[in-house]
Design a protein around this ligand. Sequence first.
Ligand SMILES: N[C@H](CCC[C@H](N)C(=O)O)C(=O)O
Length: 279
Amino acid sequence: MQMKFTKMQGLGNDYVYVNCLKEKVESPSEMARRVSDRHFGVGSDGLILICPSECADFEMKMYNADGSRGEMCGNGIRCVGKYVYDYGLTDQTEISVETLGGIKHLSLTVEEGKVALVKVDMGSPIFVPEQIPVKVEGDHAVNVPISVDGDEYRMTCVSMGNPHAVVYLDDIQNMEIEKIGPKFEHHPCFPNRVNTEFARVLDRETVEMRVWERGSGETLACGTGACAVAVASMVNGLTEDCVTVQLLGGNLKIEWDREKNVVYMTGPATVVFDGELYE
Ligand SMILES: N[C@H](CCC[C@H](N)C(=O)O)C(=O)O
């Protein structure tokens, strides 16, 4: 059995994409672990299935490199938008995509017949601890203390459909993320584990970040994570409501329309290659 796939990346956050309107993936979690391996597989941060939907134009199913399912994927959904237009599954530039984090609406910017930029309505950030979920005292997890591996931090937790913990540090370039990242990911206060963003505010319009992703480790970029950092910075009064988030793989523009209470993320999506996976 040969399975056709397309390798795509959003700011270096790379996934293997499968068009499940044509292909069939029996066990996605096992396939995610297999294709993500950068030596024995294709090499990626995970697997994303593009599927038909009863309630939207398409459905996106996202799996991390460890096979666990993520509710939402920001860089991934931009690539889904590019795929369905460039590969002829739609001729629309306003599309909807069903995810476990709700239906997302995408606006595609087309240049010379191909999608160059995607703006995503990422929905409303969720700060209610039980809905993130995170176990804390009180009715929010904004700038709250957490003890990790014997060290004290302050974090702001938010869900963008998937769980995030944002931690501000003075130096994120030299930190040992591979040591502290897993300690946050598996911390007992996160019943479903967590994606952790380590951030530094550069000015009122600019934040830099690194991310240790639940189920994938450090990635070069995380769209939902960039949204989490942006809204955390805004609720903590550190930035304006429209910021540039600088990630290792590039920049994302994030704006929080407070009146509508929706977050918009704008960024690129790139096809790397098409391939076939042999048994
Ligand atoms: N890289 C993705 C996030 C994946 C989140 C996943 N690691 C999870 O388990 O929530 C993004 O661009 O939003």
